[in-house]
Ligand binder design. Structure first.
Ligand SMILES: NC(=O)c1ccc[n+]([C@@H]2O[C@H](COP(=O)([O-])OP(=O)(O)OC[C@H]3O[C@@H](n4cnc5c(N)ncnc54)[C@H](OP(=O)(O)O)[C@@H]3O)[C@@H](O)[C@H]2O)c1
Length: 278
């Protein structure tokens, strides 16, 4: 496993790439996740709302890879942000996974209009104190939300998992995370199969390095010190994606790919300041 190209001083040590599991459920999901673990992925990303913690837990428990070598992440949904509900449903996540602890637990969305994300954060701190969770973080949080967590609890998240790909490169947020020692994870790092990989620039740069556009995008994340969590059901793509973080892109190529970004580049216009997910 390689280390991050750009060293980030964070509270947590993460593998350079993880495996996304949304839509991977049932027997086919268990097969895809098991294949990913056997290919070498050590960071597995799920969420209560993906309704596949059962499949993820089964793959983790039967993979043959020692539990301590795997980092299992889940996420607390918006409908359970009240302290007592959060407490109960963190326990429920573990029952569904069939595991005695999570390596990383995130608040899935801030849902700022509901105004409960600080209460949820206190429940994550409590879960860590109870030994149910090793590390805690957030997802889809803006700096103003993280500032509030710190002001009211004195504690910063180890990770912020956000939408991030060449159409939405989040340059300012990544820099803000770096200044605050927060690791950045990228969700939908390949643009979630919605046309990003057809960008001619990615094909041209790919020819130079002898790889496809998907690998170029993952190498771009790595060059920026970001941990992408791509999903693939295809064993060949699982392998080539994992190996992509060993590719070192020229600075000019990194800058050119970042240049594909646009203010409205989000896949589904989910702005965490107003978007709500429960
Ligand atoms: N925190 C949040 O709010 C949030 C939101 C969305 C997603 N996520 C997490 O982020 C993970 C990744 O995002 P995502 O699943 O939306 O999409 P993604 O990883 O950006 O893209 C997955 C799609 O790309 C294809 N693909 C994978 N590798 C490829 C390659 N090298 N070349 C061409 N196509 C390739 C896959 O097809 P094949 O299966 O056929 O390879 C699949 O259709 C999720 O699974 C989930 O764990 C978190």
């Amino acid at each position: 496993m390689t280390t991050l190209a750009v060293m980030v001083h964070t509270q947590i040590s993460l593998p350079p790439i993880g495996f996304g599991t949304v839509h991977l459920d049932g027997a086919a999901g268990v097969e895809a996740i098991t294949s990913a673990i056997h290919t070498g992925y050590r960071l597995i990303d799920t969420a209560y709302n993906y309704e596949n913690e059962g499949a993820v837990g089964l793959a983790v428990r039967t993979s043959g890879v020692p539990r301590e070598e795997l980092m299992v992440t889940s996420k607390l949904p918006g409908r359970y942000q009240e302290f007592d509900l959060a407490r109960t449903h963190i326990e429920e996540s573990l029952y569904r996974l069939g595991l005695d602890h999570l390596d990383l637990l995130l608040i899935h969305w801030p849902n700022p209009r509901k105004g409960l994300y600080v209460e949820a954060w206190k429940a994550l701190i409590d879960a860590r104190e109870r030994g149910l969770v090793r590390n805690i973080g957030v997802s889809n949080f803006l700096p103003e939300h993280i500032d509030r967590l710190r002001a009211e609890t004195g504690e910063l998240p180890a990770v912020n998992q956000v939408e991030l790909h060449p159409h939405f490169p989040q340059v300012d947020l990544v820099e803000w995370h770096r200044e605050h020692g927060i690791a950045t994870e990228a969700w939908s790092p390949l643009g979630s199969g919605r046309g990003l990989l057809s960008e001619p620039l990615l094909g041209e740069i790919g020819k130079k390095y002898g790889v496809g556009p998907g690998e170029i995008v993952l190498a771009w994340h790595h060059a920026r010190g970001i941990v992408p969590i791509p999903r693939s059901t295809n064993p060949q793509r699982q392998r080539s994606n994992l190996e992509a973080v060993t590719i070192t892109l020229d600075d000019a190529d990194v800058a050119a790919i970042t240049g594909l970004g646009r203010p409205d580049g989000r896949i589904k216009n989910q702005d965490p300041a107003i978007y709500e997910e429960f």
